[in-house]
Write a protein that binds this ligand. Sequence first.
Ligand code: UT7
Length: 364
Amino acid sequence: MIVDQGKNLDIINIVNYFSSITKTEVKQRGDAVSPNIKYSAVIAGTGFDVPEKILTNEDLEKILDTSDEWITERTGMKERRIARPDEAASDFAVRAAVKALAEAEVTPEEIELIIVATVTGDMPFPSTACIVQDRLGARNAAAMDLSAGCSGFIYALATARQFIATGTYRTILVVGVEVLSKITDWADRSTAVLLADGAGAAVLKADERPGQGIITTYLAADGAHGIDLYMPAGGSRIPASIESVQKRLHYLKMNGSAIFKVAVRSMADVVKRLLAQAQLRADDIKLIIPHQANLRIIEAMAKLINFPLDRVFVNIQKYANTSSASTIIALDEARKEGRIKKGDLVIMVAFGAGLTWGGVLLRF
Ligand code: UT7
């Protein structure tokens, strides 16, 4: 029997599908109970790579009904990097990984696990992590992708830390990469001006000294709000068909104002929880590295937790929203700009599709 595919592509059906999920209150999770930590997970090297092509707000004015003034005032973005048609996620991931490995003085053969956080991998399978493993020559590494929207790198870092804490692995490569331009509806000004491409990578190593590297993590999710940021087609619910393409269902859809409110509240909540878990005060934190989705979200979060903006890292003006890659690109830039010194405490915090949110508190 031939399966009847490609029918029933009414977007309303998908909306109903999400709404049928029972809305539940998000409870305390994460590191509330400290895991059994044998080893600290320290960041031994970081690196990032972005496409060469720069797309400015002025360039966008030529193809969309938008303006530099609107984009700058509403988002803080001035320009973003966009991949060439022949470039895919693993191209940027490999280049970022090579830089991180060089700084960490780790060879590809020494890597035991590769985690790639992405929602725009090279293809649905094999995983982009396996493609990266092959291209790096990391033949001793297990490899997997992780999907948590813009919180992807935070989720991947927290996952990697567990493998190191328990003594399972000593050397892990964590990558955040997106080529969002390939799932952007370039006719939709409400999303097209925001999204961009890039990759960042970190090498995590086991350290026998307690209290080094990642001190505590917190992860959360609320699937009931998945409909606010999603790509309807291309999976098993709506596989690719002529109809799905005609209905533009292979593009990212976002309810920006709904996400905005959750983003501010959830990121502020994450910072408070991380400080409580680590029994630290906001004054102890040298730098907060937030997901770069909107400058107004970042400013509102800082205000909500009463944290000075000059200790919140922002590079949204250069790279816009690179989803899974944004916090690790920002961390690498902050380090290379001398904003983080040895011994400094840093919080990385993000939110994104899922919805998901989370953070990591670490000592450099
Ligand atoms: O990474 C995680 C996922 N993404 C996010 O975190 C994004 C979160 N949301 C946001 O950053 C903001 O909600 C946006 C930047 C997406 C939108 O800003 P906003 O202040 O919430 O604007 P809005 O959606 O309420 O739209 C205001 C107006 C609308 O016009 P009307 O109805 O007031 O006449 C829009 O049609 O701005 C219009 N608009 C634009 N105008 C010029 C929307 N996009 C554009 C545009 N250029 N690119």
